[in-house]
Design a protein around this ligand. Structure first.
Ligand SMILES: Cc1cc2nc3c(=O)[nH]c(=O)nc-3n(C[C@H](O)[C@H](O)[C@H](O)COP(=O)(O)O)c2cc1C
Length: 327
């Protein structure tokens, strides 16, 4: 599939996840076969005002390409300037956040608040569209009520403004993550739109991904929470889409991936910050393994990469040395 001029190898997308989809994490998703990786949401304000930490979020490497960078904000001129900065930094796609329902974001008129102010959203999209040449996408929710009316209005307006694709997480603003994602909204949007629709929400297995595509006709599937600590979901979904057998789980590969994640994080953030982050993050990857809570406890004070790798490898050895389950 294509998003504007950008061709995706396969129709799977890593959802933007604040605090999670940084460069080291995106590389894992890409390595597992993800078709398009997305950055965490990046503050347009921070970019335009040259916040060092915010600008650092734009760092990318060729191995993860294509990359979509998501920005949030509500002021058209500022968003247009931020979009130019993102394009100049080498992103392949610019995405605008129309879905974040966190109070702090809504209060500034950004995120899902834009779905309540379509005229403002239109001015913003026009300003951004004029400011960049790379494809432009938006990520929306259902809106403020369950009917999906706001999603349909925003989608039609966005398409008229030259937006190249729309990702939809079909929950309302007030629902946050409660209840179930209403995939019928994805299907209805797909039926109306002439640009690609990326379906998102509640994909937890490869079967779910296939099911969403069949039920909604969406052009690609976007996966968020299930990819946390489990980037292999993308290889599983890819295999199912191609009609191939899913590769069996491989403990050695899981631990090697954690080591690579740690090393990439050290390179990207420096050892001190990376170790601090890894104290919780490595724990994501051991869900479901024997004695995982003991391992999680053991990494809460790691202060060097060597120490973290030692703990990882000795946990791996302990697991591999365990007698296979009876029966
Ligand atoms: C920890 C976390 C951070 C998120 N950060 C963002 C974000 O930065 N931008 C965004 O558009 N959506 C964000 N989302 C929403 C996800 O992109 C996605 O729409 C949502 O999790 C539903 O997909 P899922 O069921 O596959 O998780 C976030 C969700 C979670 C759980």
């Amino acid at each position: 599939m294509n998003i504007g001029s950008v061709k995706l190898d396969n129709p799977t997308v890593l959802a933007p996840l604040a605090g999670i989809t940084n460069l080291p994490f995106r590389l894992l998703a890409k390595e597992a076969g993800c078709g398009l990786v997305c950055s965490e949401m990046v503050s347009a304000n921070g970019l335009v005002h040259g916040s060092r930490k915010t600008v650092a979020m734009l760092k990318s490497v060729p191995e993860e390409k294509p990359l979509s960078v998501q920005i949030f904000g509500s002021v058209p001129a500022l968003m247009a300037e931020a979009a130019r900065i993102v394009e100049a930094a080498g992103a392949d796609i610019l995405d605008i956040n129309f879905g974040c329902a966190v109070k702090k974001i809504i209060k500034t008129g950004s995120g899902v608040a834009l779905m309540q102010t379509p005229e403002k959203a239109e001015a913003l999209l026009k300003a951004v569209r004029e400011s960049i040449r790379i494809p432009l996408t938006i990520k929306i929710r259902t809106g403020w009520d369950a009917s999906g009316q706001q999603a349909f209005e925003i989608a039609a307006m966005a398409e008229a403004c030259g937006v190249d694709a729309i990702a939809v997480h079909p929950r309302t603003a007030t629902q946050l993550f409660r209840g179930r994602a209403d995939w019928s909204i994805i299907a209805a949007l797909k039926a109306k739109a002439s640009i690609p629709i990326v379906g998102n929400g509640d994909i937890f297995t490869a079967d779910d991904a296939v099911h969403m595509r069949e039920m909604t006709g969406c052009d690609a599937v976007m996966i968020g929470r299930q990819a946390i600590g489990n980037p292999w979901i993308f290889s599983k979904v890819g295999a199912r889409i191609r009609g191939e057998e899913e590769a069996a789980e491989d403990l050695g590969h899981r631990f090697d991936t954690m080591v690579r994640y740690l090393r990439a994080s050290v390179e990207h953030f420096g050892e001190t910050r990376a170790c601090y982050m890894m104290r919780s993050r490595l724990g994501w990857f051991v869900k479901g393994l024997h004695h995982s809570s003991r391992f999680r406890q053991s990494i809460t004070r790691i202060s060097s990469a060597t120490e973290a790798i030692q703990l990882l490898r000795s946990y791996q050895e302990a697991l591999q040395g365990e007698a296979p389950p009876m029966g």
